[in-house]
Design a protein around this ligand. Structure first.
Ligand SMILES: [Zn+2]
Length: 259
């Protein structure tokens, strides 16, 4: 099918999925728009080879967020959608232009990293007990960036394995490409935790003293506060984007080294 038609069909199908996610409060309105761009573009230029791994990430991570056992997070916004899906969409364009399996490994590696991070958070915060800084350091609050638990880490690896399996079955990568994608996803998860524990911006509310990941505390009036550590501009979305790029790079390099 010519790409313009596939782009249209991709945007229509992504629009349907995004509208359902918006109605279910998994995405806000700009987030749904960003999902149409990422999903429509990925299907339009790479077909099912890219769209099925993307769906595996989006559907499993959205459904996991619906399970009971932890406070449900608010709808994802456009920045969060781009941070998780932008690298994969760029890799889809690479695949369309070059048709090298390395590009598919990058695409799937990025999504495996995004899924690993989401699965690690969803299962780790429910069943993981008290996370430690990078698994072996000091105990940190549940859900804090850089915190890892054994359950969360193993769940993250399972999330990477799901995307790697779908990519291997659905794309020209084939079963031989699965290890590269899986290791890419786990590498992305580790990069996420490492950056979250070191370079991600940290803030302390001057009124209540709470340690925060955003430069304002809504509960205390939402005034802007100065950072107390990390790089001020590197927020959670930036760390997620970096983790998906790491997943893409490791997936692509491993496949290129062992085609
Ligand atoms: Zn406060």
């Amino acid at each position: 099918m010519p790409t313009p038609w596939r782009l249209l069909i991709g945007c229509a199908a992504a629009g349907l999925v995004a509208a359902l996610a918006w109605r279910g409060k998994a995405l806000d309105r700009p987030g749904a728009g960003a999902a149409v761009v990422v999903g429509g573009l990925t299907y339009g230029v790479s077909g099912w080879a890219g769209a099925l791994p993307l769906l595996a990430f989006f559907l499993t991570s959205t459904l996991l967020g619906r399970l009971p056992g932890r406070p449900r997070h608010g709808p994802r916004d456009a920045r969060q959608v781009m941070a998780n899906g932008g690298a994969a969409a760029l890799a889809a364009i690479w695949w369309a232009a070059a048709h090298t399996p390395t590009a598919l490994a990058a695409l799937a590696g990025a999504l495996a990293a995004a899924n690993a991070d989401t699965w690690a958070t969803e299962w780790g915060t429910r069943l993981g007990g008290r996370p430690r800084r990078l698994l072996i350091g000091a105990v940190v609050p549940t859900g804090a960036s850089g915190g890892m638990s054994t359950v969360g880490t193993l769940s993250g690896a399972a999330g990477a394995a799901v995307v790697a399996t779908v990519a291997a079955l659905a794309s020209p990568l084939g079963p031989g490409g699965m290890p590269a994608v899986f290791v890419g996803g786990v590498a992305g998860l580790l990069a996420d935790s490492l950056l979250g524990a070191t370079l991600q911006a940290r803030f302390r509310c001057p009124r209540c003293g709470a340690l925060l990941e955003e430069p304002m505390h809504q509960a205390c009036g939402g005034v802007r506060i100065a950072s107390v550590g990390g790089l001020r501009w590197l927020d959670n979305d930036g760390v997620n984007a970096a983790a998906t790029i790491a997943g893409a790079a490791v997936g692509a390099l491993l496949l290129a080294a062992h085609p």
